[in-house]
Design a protein around this ligand. Sequence first.
Ligand SMILES: C[C@H](O)CC(=O)C(=O)O
Length: 263
Amino acid sequence: MLTDADRLALADRLRAAERDRKPIPPLVRERPDLTAADAYAIQLVNIRRRAGAVVGHKVGLSSRAMQQMMGVEEPDYGHLMADMRLSETEPADPARYCYPRVEIEVAFLLGADLPGADCTERDVLAATEFFAPSIELIDSRIEDWAISLADTIADNASSAGFVVGAGRVRPGEIDIRGIDAVLHRDGEPVARGRSDAVLGNPVTAVAWLARTVARFGVRLRAGHLVLPGACARAVDAHPGSVFRAEFTGLGDVRLSFAGGAGC
Ligand SMILES: C[C@H](O)CC(=O)C(=O)O
C-alpha cells in the first residue's frame, strides 16, 4: 500500500498529463506495488478536484473483446462527470485528448437509487427507468495505452466522455441480452458486438458496479447514468472522424470530431 503522499503525487502526475495532454509512463513501472485500492484512491483524489457534478459511473473491461485488447483480465469502474457529456451535433475537439477511442454501450438511466453491498440483478432492473444507445469516448493519460489494471483505475478507468442517443426503452420492453450493435466510422462498419458480451448480461455489470462502489462508500443514485462496458472493441478516433452506432431496438447515436491536431 502506498502512503497518502505517494498517492497524491501520482494523482498530480495524472492530472497534469490530462491537462497538458502529455501522457506519462505507466504508474506501475515506477510503483510495481501499486494496488487496485491505491488506484481507486488516486482516481478519487482527481475526481474531487474536478469542477462539476458526478452524473454517473462506467464499468470498464467487462467484455472479453476489451480485456483482450487492453491485456487486462478484470473489470473496473470510473466516474462520469457533467463536463464529460458530449453532443451528437457539436463535434468533439480531438486536441482535448491524447489517444481517443470510441466504444459502443447500452446505457442505463436510473430512476431509483440502487442498494449497495447486496445489489442484485433484480434490483438493477427494478431501478432502471430506461435503456439508451450510447458511445463512450475513452482516452489514456498513460503513454501508448500501455495500461495495467491499476494504471487504468487510477486514470478514471480511461474515461474521457460520453454521448447518449435519443432512444429510450424500458426494461421489460426489450431483451437486454440480445441487443446487436454496430459502430460505423466515416460510413464504414468498424466494430460489431452484442450486449451479452458484457459479463453475459450488462445488468450483471451494473449489479457488480453497485456492489463494488459500495466498498468505497459510494451509491448509484436515481438520475444517474451507468455505462456497463463496451460490447465490442474500441476504435481509434481521428480528427474529422464521424461515428454512428446502431443498436437493434434502441436506435442510434452519433459522435463526430472536428478537424485539427491531437497530441
Ligand atoms: C479501458 C476502458 O475502461 C475500456 C472500457 O471503457 C470498456 O471496456 O468499456
